[in-house]
Design a protein around this ligand. Structure first.
Ligand code: MLT
Length: 278
C-alpha cells in the first residue's frame, strides 16, 4: 500500500500528514520529537505493518515542523494536543487511536490523553518523561530560544547529533544505514525554521509536570526506552512506567534517544507485540 501525503486545515494553518494503511485499520498516530518531522518514523511507515492490512499509520508534521505551516507565538503542549484532535477530525478518524509519541511527542501525548481521553485506545510513550523542567533546564531552553536567532541552526543540529544516536565503540561494522539516518536527521534539524526552535523550546519550558497524572492513566500503555539514552535515561523511564498501572516496559539495547529510527525492527516488534500480540 502506498504512502499518502495529505494536507489538513488546523487552526487555519496547513498541516501535512503522511498516512499508510487501510481506512479501517487500527489508527496509530505517531508524533515526532523536537525539532524533527514525520521522517523520523520512516521505519514504522515502511515496516510496522509488513502486510499493510492491520494499521492505519498517521504521521503528522507538527505545525512549524517539516512541511507544515508555521507555529503561532505562545503555542503550548496543550494546544498542540488540541491541534492533533482537529487533525483527526479532518482525517475523519472518530474511533479511538493508539497515540505514540517520542520525547516532545510524548509530552504532547500526556496532554492529548488528559484532554481527549475518549480518543485514545492505547498509549506508546517513547524516550520521554512526565516531569516538567527544572529551573535550570527551563533556563537552558530560554537561552537556546534566543541564541538560535543570533547563531542559526547548525550549532544546535551539531550539538543534538551527539546525543540522539548511539554508536557502539567496539563495533567496526556499519551498514551505512546509521550514517544515512544521521545525515537525514542533521538536515531536518538544520532546515527547521529558527522561530520554530524558539517557540517549541518556550512551549517545552512551560509544560506542566505530569508526574501525578501517571497513576490516573487507564489505557494500556507501552513505554519504550533506549539503553544509551542520555536525554531521557532508561532508569527514569522505568520509574515512569512503574507509576502507570499495568504498563509494559521495553528497553532497546543498541539505541539512544531515537529508538524507532536506530532500531526499527526491535521497535516495531515491541509495538506489534503490545497491540496485536506479535
Ligand atoms: C525531543 O527529542 O523531543 C527533545 O529531546 C525533547 C526535549 O528537549 O525535552
Amino acid at each position: 500500500m502506498e504512502v499518502q501525503q495529505r494536507t489538513v486545515d488546523v487552526d487555519g494553518q496547513k498541516m501535512m500528514v503522511w498516512e499508510r494503511g487501510p481506512a479501517d485499520g487500527i489508527p496509530i498516530v505517531m508524533v515526532h520529537g523536537f525539532p524533527l518531522d514525520h521522517s523520523m518514523w520512516s521505519n514504522q511507515i515502511d515496516g510496522l505493518d509488513p502486510d499493510g492490512d492491520r494499521f492505519r499509520i498517521i504521521c503528522p508534521d507538527l505545525l512549524g515542523c517539516g512541511e507544515s505551516d508555521t507555529i503561532e507565538d505562545g503555542t503550548s503542549m496543550e494546544q498542540i494536543a488540541d491541534q492533533l484532535a482537529a487533525m483527526l477530525d479532518e482525517l475523519g478518524v472518530s474511533e479511538p487511536v493508539v497515540f505514540c509519541g517520542l520525547s516532545m511527542g510524548g509530552y504532547v501525548g500526556w496532554q492529548f490523553l488528559q484532554r481527549h481521553r475518549e480518543r485514545v485506545s492505547h498509549l506508546v510513550a517513547c524516550n520521554t518523561r512526565a516531569s516538567g523542567d527544572s529551573e535550570e533546564a527551563a533556563l537552558g531552553r530560554k537561552r537556546m530560544a534566543t541564541s538560535v536567532v543570533l547563531m542559526g541552526l547548525q550549532p544546535i543540529a551539531d550539538a543534538m547529533m551527539l546525543t540522539l544516536f548511539y554508536s557502539d565503540p567496539a563495533s567496526s561494522e556499519d551498514d551505512g544505514k546509521d550514517e544515512e539516518n544521521r545525515v537525514k536527521i542533521n538536515k531536518t534539524i538544520a532546515s527547521t525554521e529558527v522561530q520554530t526552535i524558539a517557540k517549541l523550546q518556550l512551549a517545552m519550558a512551560a509544560r506542566p509536570d505530569m508526574t501525578e497524572f501517571l497513576n490516573q492513566i487507564d489505557v494500556p500503555t507501552l513505554v519504550i526506552s533506549g539503553r544509551h539514552d542520555t536525554i531521557t535515561p532508561v532508569e527514569e523511564m522505568r520509574e515512569m512506567a512503574d507509576s502507570i498501572a499495568g504498563s509494559t516496559f521495553v528497553c532497546i539495547e543498541d539505541a539512544a534517544h531515537l529508538t524507532p529510527l536506530e532500531s526499527g525492527q526491535e521497535f516495531n516488534q515491541a509495538v506489534r507485540d503490545f497491540l496485536i500480540g506479535g
